[in-house]
Design a protein around this ligand. Structure first.
Ligand SMILES: [Zn+2]
Length: 481
């Protein structure tokens, strides 16, 4: 029961892929939508990698004024979006993803109107998607400015979007415009039993948060430095995939800096020692990865202890399961250390360099888990062998690195294939190219991928510019096609 319970809980959030559940723990087949069409587009589920579009010439702008009634678990939001058509074809409709609806929140749209651009006719939200039919096509280079107002009641429970007695978490709480690709349509994928399905363009956020009926000692954890305003907080986050936040009357906070980057950890008092350790690891990891891949891409880093399982990355803020703080062992041989390093790496591989999490989850997850090794090699190289055994070898992982989230009928097979064999693949690749070419490639990939959504074709095309090693055998071993 314990393994099954852990497994089911892990479905809620699985980025860090910490202690893999027992191999025998699998989901019923009914929860394995391998035959479902995973996207709302015309793309074939098995279609090969698509070349990445360039970074948007004009990033989508989000203005969000959110008022949280903490005691009522109710959120009222005024939101404006300025969406620019960066494509080469006109758009007759705009799609908005309302992930909150899928996550069990009662989402009620109160108002939507066009501020500038073609008039938009609202179609009833279904399955977490809102289609806006435009009175006139939005031509390439044109912008549509929308204003909307909505409310949502947060679901109860430890989750990415939800509340418990100790914390309220807000991930994917606002409608967002997914990427649009000529020939593919909107990249708005359906949830799967495992993994993350959201695909996010880089965008700019200005978020004003107010909290009513706040508990004593309220803290708000956010991915950017707070600017004080009348009765609230104002945050600006640029060139980011999404804006997530969390609030609690129970948080304690510790602060540190790595160079220009302030780092904060929000934790519950009983885990103070572990929180100090996580802060230290975050500082070290930012230093290591900045040296390898280029500067940390945001102005601030926050770690939030979470009551939901495992962890979840986002730009400038990540959640990490309380369990990893409780099991901290006062050295670096533990999940708290490895997964803090993992989540920090996602600021480069998720945030700076975007990818399609549903169809090509290895692009960010194999790099994030491999960055754990790079962290240990830099700060405590005598733990390299320990890391390989603790994180990879003892699970004897199998499966295709390039598989989609829809291809797995359980958490363990997914993590074994995409994360663990992803790390093995990258390590063998590094061995074949040599360190100099491998790290030059990763640095270039981080730079070329900034603000873009990279695909497998981009990854290997760029690799070929840095190494002429014949990796065909490696690809046959780790990738299905
Ligand atoms: Zn991850």
């Amino acid at each position: 029961m314990k393994a099954a319970g852990l497994l089911l809980l892990c479905l809620l959030a699985a980025c860090a892929a910490g202690p893999a559940p027992a191999p025998e723990a699998t989901l019923p087949n009914t929860l394995s939508p391998t035959n479902e069409t995973p996207t709302q587009t015309a793309s074939e589920p098995g279609a090969g990698p698509q070349p990445a579009a360039p970074a948007p010439a004009m990033r989508t702008q989000y203005w969000l004024q959110a008022t949280l009634d903490y005691a009522a678990h109710y959120l009222h939001v005024r939101q404006e979006i300025e969406y620019s058509n960066n494509n080469t074809e006109a758009l007759g409709e705009i799609l908005l993803v309302v992930e909150a609806q899928r996550q069990g929140a009662s989402f009620q749209l109160l108002r939507l109107e066009t501020v500038a651009g073609p008039a938009a006719t609202l179609n009833e939200p279904t399955d977490g998607l809102v289609r806006l039919t435009l009175a006139a096509p939005l031509a390439p280079g044109e912008a549509l400015h929308l204003a909307m107002e909505y409310e949502l009641y947060l679901p109860r429970g430890p989750a990415l979007l939800g509340w418990t007695e100790r914390q309220t978490n807000l991930v994917d709480w606002y409608p967002y415009a997914p990427p649009y690709r000529a020939g593919q349509g909107w990249l708005a994928h359906s949830p799967a039993a495992v993994g993350e399905h959201g695909v996010y363009e880089s965008a700019d956020f200005e978020v004003h948060i107010r909290v009513r009926n706040a508990p004593a000692g309220l803290s708000v954890a956010a991915p950017a430095p707070a600017e004080g305003t009348d009765g609230g907080w104002l945050y600006r986050l640029e060139n980011a995939r999404r804006f997530v936040w969390s609030a609690s009357g129970h948080y304690r906070r510790l602060d540190a800096r790595q160079g220009d980057i302030p780092i904060s950890v929000y934790f519950f008092e009983e885990q103070r020692d572990a929180a100090e350790a996580a802060l230290r690891v975050a500082r070290e990891a930012i230093e290591v990865y900045s040296g390898l891949f280029g500067p940390y891409p945001y102005e601030h880093a926050a770690i939030v202890m979470a009551l939901f399982p495992d962890g979840m990355e986002s730009d400038g803020l990540f959640f990490l399961d309380q369990h990893y703080f409780i099991t901290y062992t006062y050295d670096r041989r533990n999940y708290l250390t490895a997964l803090t390093a993992h989540e920090i790496a996602h600021n480069w591989w998720f945030g700076q360099v975007g990818s399609d999490q549903a169809l090509e989850p290895w692009l960010d997850e194999s790099l994030a888990i491999y960055c754990e090794l790079l962290y240990y090699q830099a700060v405590q190289p005598d733990l390299e062998n320990w890391w390989w055994d603790f994180r990879i070898q003892r699970f004897a992982p199998g499966g295709w690195v390039g598989s989609r989230i829809y291809d797995h009928n359980g958490f363990a097979p997914y993590v074994h294939a995409v994360y663990m064999r992803g790390a093995l693949f990258l390590h063998e690749l590094r061995g074949m190219t040599g360190d100099e070419a491998f790290f030059a490639f990763l640095r270039d990939y981080a730079e070329q991928g900034r603000g873009r959504i990279m695909g497998r074709a981009d990854f290997f095309a760029l690799l070929a510019q840095h190494s002429d090693a014949d990796i065909s055998g490696l690809l046959a071993e780790y990738f299905e096609d």
